[in-house]
Design a protein around this ligand. Structure first.
Ligand code: TRP
Ligand code: SF4
Length: 338
């Protein structure tokens, strides 16, 4: 289906069920971008192996939980190509070829490389695959000749490297690959239940798929302004993660009221949290009911992924033909070159 719209490509590492932070971050932007762009959204299951090759038994579950949450949040298979990285082996072929021309120094200089090595010290990720993470990501993007890549700030160095790799390829073999731009999506970082950034690895999330009761109980357990010990102590909303979530989910007038009432100690934390829980549950209601209908129809989800893989393969196949041609790999396979 040729499209006049500019093409974007993005992905998420297969990490399983999504949470409020993922939703307000990348996902809600993707949903919006579907209107104006020809979209390719990919579950990066191979990328999950770069740091998690030791334990792969729950990979299928992580992939499907993520796709179900994508669909629940409003990604629309009629408007976007939704697929799993490993179902399109062309990613591996392009990654291998790009690896031939990517200097080691570029990879070692990626800011997240040393950082994650340090962070995950206890895991052995001194591997070729982990160092090559950005090459695989570049292949993901370049395979679809995307002009833009909607990502958060943390992924900008990866898009920058994709541009450099494309430039180097084009310089060596001719203009085949498209240099993409990062489409920086302004996204709010949400605090989790403990006040640190909401993140699966901290175990402080509110997930899209949990029950309303669970959400209410979790919000009730949230940390608040630590200086507000008794109900009559004035609070400091600016340091309170409950307030930070009100800011994201509650209407502006309500946020103003809460701020004033917290400072004046006329609103207690118990009520403030109950109010937040009700608001979050209302906002999540459409997602949770859509989600349930996908959970009830796993066959339909598989069809969407199969169709996504087919369309991705078709688009990527055209690029790969041009890549092989440019590198003289096509003719090397035909006998008349002998
Ligand atoms: N590195 C991205 C992340 O951790 C996931 C990813 C894989 C990706 N391939 C991509 C993002 C291609 C954008 C484009 O979230
Ligand atoms: Fe936080 Fe609300 Fe308590 Fe104020 S009243 S400290 S904003 S939970």
């Amino acid at each position: 289906m040729p499209s006049e719209k500019p093409r974007i490509m993005s992905g998420m590492k297969a990490s399983g069920a999504l949470h409020l932070g993922n939703w307000m971050g990348a996902l809600s932007n993707w949903v919006r971008l579907q209107q104006d762009y020809d979209c390719f959204f990919m579950v990066a299951d191979w990328h999950a192996l770069t740091t998690g090759y030791h334990e792969t038994s729950d990979l299928p579950q992580r992939v499907s939980a993520m796709v179900v949450d994508w669909l629940a949040a409003g990604l629309d298979p009629d408007r976007a190509v939704i697929f799993v990285q490993s179902s399109v082996p062309l990613h591996a072929e392009l990654s291998l070829l790009l690896g031939m021309l990517t200097p080691l120094g570029w990879l070692e200089r990626v800011p997240s490389y040393k950082e994650i090595l340090r962070e995950l010290e206890q895991r052995d990720i001194h591997t070729y695959g982990f160092l090559g993470y950005p090459v695989l990501q570049s292949a993901d993007i370049l395979l679809y000749r995307a002009t833009a890549v909607p990502v958060g700030q943390d992924q900008v160095p990866h898009v920058e490297m994709t541009r450099e790799i494309a430039r180097r390829f084009n310089g060596l073999y001719g203009p085949v690959l498209t240099e993409p731009e990062a489409l920086l999506t302004e996204s709010k970082v949400l605090p989790g239940l403990d006040g640190r950034k909401m993140s699966k690895s901290y175990g402080n999330t509110i997930s899209l798929g949990e029950s309303n009761q669970e959400t209410t109980a979790k919000i009730r357990s949230m940390v608040t302004d630590p200086a507000r010990i008794r109900r009559q102590d004035p609070g400091h909303p600016e340091v309170c993660p409950v307030f930070a979530l009100h800011r994201v989910f509650s209407p502006a007038s309500r946020v103003t009221d809460i701020e004033a009432q917290c400072r004046a100690a006329t609103l207690g934390c118990v009520d403030c949290k109950a109010d937040l829980a009700a608001t979050v549950i209302t906002r999540l209601e459409p997602i949770r009911s859509r989600r349930q209908s996908w959970v009830d129809h796993p066959g339909r989800v598989n069809e969407i992924l199969a169709e996504g893989a087919r369309r991705a393969e078709e688009a990527g196949g055209q690029t790969m033909e041009a890549v092989r041609d440019a590198m003289h790999l096509t003719s090397a396979r035909t006998p008349d070159a002998v």
